[in-house]
Design a protein around this ligand. Structure first.
Ligand code: 5GP
Ligand code: ZN
Length: 113
């Protein structure tokens, strides 16, 4: 439900978040429970439950989300690289059902297996 969705509410400014980047159609915020020195979530403004909700018409959106992930990592000083992952559905460990890309940089915990 976009009305109750945490990330829709952050996008609308109804809930606070530490925004590190914003551009048309997307926002990047600090994760509330970081598992790395840098832990940012890149979130499309439009409510899409998970990666499986993107279609061919979203090719540009997906490219812009990935570009934002690259830019945020660079901007935060992770010039040698960073970890990029997306949880897809409950079986993929997703807990917030609004598409987001995790950007992890610096010392980080191992990904759960
Ligand atoms: P997932 O488990 O779906 O891959 O990732 C969801 C992420 O959202 C988790 O890393 C969690 O810490 C983060 N998160 C959950 N609620 C909030 C919130 O209200 N604000 C922020 N900034 N992050 C949140
Ligand atoms: Zn949403």
């Amino acid at each position: 439900m976009p009305e109750a969705c945490i990330f829709c509410r952050i996008v609308r400014g109804e809930l606070p978040a530490e925004v590190v980047h914003r551009e048309a159609g997307l926002v990047a915020i600090r994760d509330i429970q970081p598992v790395a020195a840098t832990h940012v979530l890149v979130i499309p403004e439009r409510h899409v439950a998970d990666l499986r909700g993107l279609g061919p018409e979203d090719a540009d959106l997906w490219w812009r989300l990935t570009r934002a992930a690259n830019q945020v990592a660079e901007q935060l000083g992770h010039t040698t690289g960073y970890r990029f992952y997306v949880s897809v559905g409950p079986g993929g460990g997703q807990t917030v059902f609004h598409l987001h890309i995790h950007v992890l940089g610096g010392p980080m915990a191992r990904l759960p297996v």
